[in-house]
Design a protein around this ligand. Sequence first.
Ligand code: ADP
Length: 455
Amino acid sequence: MSIWSKYKELVASRLSDGAVPDVKGVGYWRDKLFQVIVVYMLPVCMIAYIPAMVLCYYLDQPYIAFYDSLAVALLAMVTFSKKMNLRWRKLLFVFTMYLLSVTLLYYMGVYGPGLLYLLSTVIFVSLIYSSKLAYWCIAANTAICVLFALGMHLGLMDSALVNIYTPAAWLAVASNQVLLSVLFAVSIQMLTSGLAQTLDKESSLKESIRNEMVESERLVKELKIKNEEMEQFTYIASHDLQEPLNTILGITEVLKLPSSKKGDGDFENSLDYISFSVERLKLLIKGLLDYARIGRQLEPKEVKCDEVIKNVVGDLQSAVSESGTKVLIDESVRRMAPLAVFPLDFNQLFQNLISNAIKFRRRDVEPIIELSVKEESDFFEFLVIDNGIGIKQDDLDKIFIIFKRVHGDASYEGTGIGLAFCKKIVELHRGKIWVESKAGSGSSFYFTISRHLAK
Ligand code: ADP
């Protein structure tokens, strides 16, 4: 790496204040510009410093030499100091500019580059701070020029070079500095405000592209999951629908046999089997249709959750009283503010969970169902606990798959669709559902519902 690159890297590292922001606004570019000014400042200032020192020697001006050297030392501090933050570096830089301007004006008047430095202070301030501050600089510069005119008038300036000019001639020259300062400040303001608008537009465009990308990634993920679910669903649905059809087919084969080969009572039994299978087929097809219908209700509405649960318990009254089930609604549910949900589906969710809790109860204990909720920042987490027969660890993941039943068809009625319903409904509410359970000691069904459904 060349010495110049190493030097640039060193200055950049000294002047970088924290991480690069995601959205680079005008403020970022002002700091960057200051960095570039600082990088070039020391090497370039030698172009003026060395001839100035020679001139000071020949003209016998030790004070100018002193202040020039002090300015170079301060600029070296701005460039290399390890401890100073960017804010203080900028301040020291502007201070050095003023120090140079004032001393050069004092010792050399219009003859020296003092006015030039005053003008460049305005330009630098509009570039690295803001145009508003640059107008204050113009005011300060004008005051400095007037003070010098006064100084000349009152004979306070003892420099021989300064006294060549009359105060009127001085003001005539100095007013050009003010005029040029205003022109620079105005045009730089135009430039920076145009830049700010472009950067703002760019950052809002970037933001919306980022949001679009996040949204499309989410949609692709969702689509992938839905696709997998669909494949699983088609496989299981077709498999389970075939079961009763196969039974009917088997029985019709038996019925086709000559009567000598059929046992007594086979005919009535076969008809019973057929009607049982047809009923089951009807039930499964209805379940599938209902499953496909979830989510048709497009408008979310605000509901009071404790009222939804009370209504569900009312609808299940005969099962509740027949089984002697106690349904306990926790204070957390009663206290909840109305929540935006798809009401029919939300109702169905509680209906399925509560009816399952009643159905899969233990015969020897009083069935108790407890419903509570936990409020999180983005969602509500509901909990439905029962003290029923529970579920084996190996079966916990299976029960949300359509038509999957883990307690055998004979002992408990059902189609194995209820929890698949629940999963689809919860996903419609941008949530998750899961269960914790131990065979023989009850189950805890958790599900979450997004708070932002209405947005
Ligand atoms: P169904 O109730 O018609 O069988 P579900 O989809 O509602 O279908 O439930 C799937 C299976 O999950 C049930 O067959 C049962 O084995 C198990 N299950 C559901 N809820 C409970 C519960 N509260 N306690 C124990 N097992 C349950």
